[in-house]
Design a protein around this ligand. Structure first.
Ligand SMILES: [Zn+2]
Length: 141
């Protein structure tokens, strides 16, 4: 597993990404910085890096990104929209897409991953977002 992580980090660094172990899984939009929770198991680190890179690939799509995630772009201009159900579902949609793209990237780079574990890990992460969408109380439409 460590070999697969090294292979992917080296791919990212060749593309001028800065990859750091911190205590947070994140892609910093507008930059080429990805952090991951270094306390995770190695397999989760690899899955996280693939997912965060998925966010990067989605956001590089420019106008396509703005069209696909219309409610997010709207909320960038109008903060009130962040309370809308459409915005929250849009965030969930991007999360789902970033996991899907992460898997595609793993295939393209011939990274050895356990598909079943990847699906399970992504499902657990998506469940957290589903909870956030469903439990956030007063929706605005
Ligand atoms: Zn994400």
């Amino acid at each position: 597993m460590k070999r697969q992580i090294e292979k992917f980090i080296s791919f990212l660094e060749k593309d001028r990404f800065k990859v750091d172990a911190t205590n947070e899984n994140a892609f910093y939009s507008g930059t080429k910085r990805i952090t991951y929770d270094g306390r995770q198991a190695d397999e989760a680190v690899l899955f996280t890096l693939l997912h965060e890179y998925g966010h990067y690939k989605l956001r590089c799509a420019g106008k396509k990104y703005a069209k696909r995630y219309f409610s997010q772009k709207k909320a960038d201009k109008d903060g009130r929209s962040k309370r809308s159900i459409a915005y929250k579902v849009d965030i969930l949609r991007e999360e789902y897409d970033a996991w899907r793209i992460g898997l595609e990237v793993a295939k393209e780079l011939n990274l050895k991953i356990n598909r079943q574990n990847y699906e399970k890990h992504s499902a657990i992460c998506l469940k957290t977002y589903c909870g956030w969408v469903c439990d956030s109380g007063n929706y605005e439409y």
